[in-house]
Design a protein around this ligand. Structure first.
Ligand code: 5AD
Ligand code: SF4
Length: 448
């Protein structure tokens, strides 16, 4: 590699989950601290960070095609060559291969090592390519700069990694073992986020409800304790958390849903399948029945809770009868919204080499049927909200003049017209439900 001029502008492109969004924001803050500015809209950046996701198929191919779209033979059409960093879970899983196959890439950095990005940029400028996929004992968080200005909604990673080893999933390999960030660090970061403008914080973790820590008095607490602590921040209006595992849905966390007003009535609790046989083969440590029993308790604590989940269709060995069990579970729950995926064999995971992989056309058909059922329930949930009055946190301007967009407590997108400002909490009456959003009107005159 040749020496290059130090980059003046950067762009971070994040794919996949919300934790990648958070990591992308933190990398941007790190680069900004080095005096590198975000590239203006529509302008090419000197440094491009591809913050990748490895959860499903063709992740690596997607990275190579993204690189190909950025540069041909290391150059853009205008003859310049950006510095390219590949970050995220594909970097972790396939870093060496990326280095070998993509000479245009000068930095490969895993999700636990990105605090070292500035040093890697300096190396790249000096003409040295660098790869760092360590999972160091010291965490990256201590090395990251303080939070800058943020929007009304912010993410806060409280826990990373996974010890559950579902047989289809790469996360335990790419993100490593479950680690909880210390309570004091989280309390500080949350306070800074609120000072920087956040009115809603979403606590993030691959298994966020596995978070454990000690409060300021040294008492052992779980996620509910952290939520209660953050709820005491006067200018923080809303708390959410995602994503959870049924095995870590403790009584104390369920109780918090009934007791902490700032904890929003929304729970994303992936189930993956409604068939106990498949759940066992997935190594999910819960049955359909035990999952439904958890939801009953959550509903008892917070009757208006909106439920969300994740599903995989076509896991190896899934029969028509297993799939019917999934549809039955969907009917039993009545989800407000869900994510559903075709099973994708991930190299190195136990399920990838299981017998009875399911043909693509069967998966397609099952996914269509499942999504039809989930869409039906989402529409029903939205339709049932019409007529309710609720608080909406205004997140941004809409496409039409005078229009604003925000979220209901149940995480529905809501649009309305009138006087408002970003970050304001407004009382709205939900008046009509579309497929993906609701319209609403102000219940009170805007306060100046
Ligand atoms: N194939 C398909 N979907 C997967 N997920 C995780 N691994 C796979 C896979 N190999 C889905 C699960 C998980 C969500 C984040 O992605 O539903 O909850
Ligand atoms: Fe993957 Fe299962 Fe861990 Fe979720 S709980 S990250 S699906 S291994």
């Amino acid at each position: 590699m040749q020496k290059v001029a130090p980059p003046r502008t950067y762009r971070v492109k994040s794919f996949g989950c919300q934790m990648n969004v958070y990591d992308g924001e933190r990398m941007a803050e790190l680069l900004a601290e080095q005096g590198i500015a975000p590239a203006p809209e529509g302008e090419e950046a000197d440094l491009v960070v591809l913050n990748t996701c490895h959860i499903r198929e063709k992740a690596a191919e997607k990275v190579y095609s993204d690189i190909g779209r950025l540069v041909k033979d290391g150059r853009r059409e205008n003859g310049t060559s950006p510095l390219i960093a590949v970050a995220g879970c594909v970097a972790q899983a396939e870093g060496e291969e990326i280095m070998a196959r993509a000479p245009a890439v000068s930095m490969v950095v895993g999700p636990q090592a990105y605090h070292r990005l500035p040093a890697m940029v300096a190396d790249a400028v000096a003409g040295r390519r660098a790869i760092d996929t360590d999972m160091p004992a010291e965490t990256k968080f201590g090395a990251l700069p303080a939070r800058r200005k943020v929007g009304p909604t912010a993410f806060l990673t409280v826990q990373e990694g996974c010890d559950k080893f579902c047989t289809y999933c790469v996360v335990p390999y790419t993100r490593g073992a479950e680690v909880s960030r210390p309570f004091a660090d989280l309390a500080t970061e949350a306070r800074r986020l609120v000072e920087a403008g956040a009115r809603e914080i979403t606590l993030l973790g691959q298994n966020v409800n596995a978070w454990t820590g000690e409060d300021a008095k040294g008492r052992a607490i779980g996620l509910e304790g952290l939520i209660r602590e953050l709820a005491a921040l006067p200018d923080l209006a809303r708390i959410r958390y995602t994503t959870s595992h049924p095995a870590d849905m403790t009584e104390a966390l369920i109780a918090a849903h009934g007791e902490v007003d700032k904890l929003m009535p929304f729970l994303h609790l992936p189930v993956q399948s409604g068939s106990d046989r498949i759940l066992k083969a997935m190594n999910r440590s819960h049955s359909a029945e035990s999952y439904l029993a958890i939801l009953d308790k959550v509903r008892a604590a917070r009757p208006d809770i909106a439920l969300s989940g994740d599903f995989i269709v076509g896991f190896p060995g899934e029969t028509d009868a297993d799939f019917e069990d999934t549809l039955r579970l969907v009917d039993a729950v009545g989800y407000a919204q869900c994510f559903s995926f075709k099973y994708s064999p991930r190299p190195g995971t136990p399920a990838a080499t299981m017998a009875e992989q399911i043909p693509a056309d069967v998966m397609d058909e099952r996914l269509q049927r499942l999504q039809a059922a989930l869409n039906r329930d989402q529409h029903a949930f939205n339709a049932a909200s019409v007529g309710k009055t609720c608080e909406v946190l205004v997140e941004r301007k809409g496409r039409h003049p005078g229009q604003w967009l925000g979220k209901s407590p149940w995480l529905q997108s809501v649009h309305f017209e009138g006087e408002a400002e970003v970050g304001e909490m407004v009382a709205l009456e939900l008046t009509a439900a579309g497929p993906n959003s609701l319209s609403a009107i102000r219940r009170e005159p805007a306060t100046a």
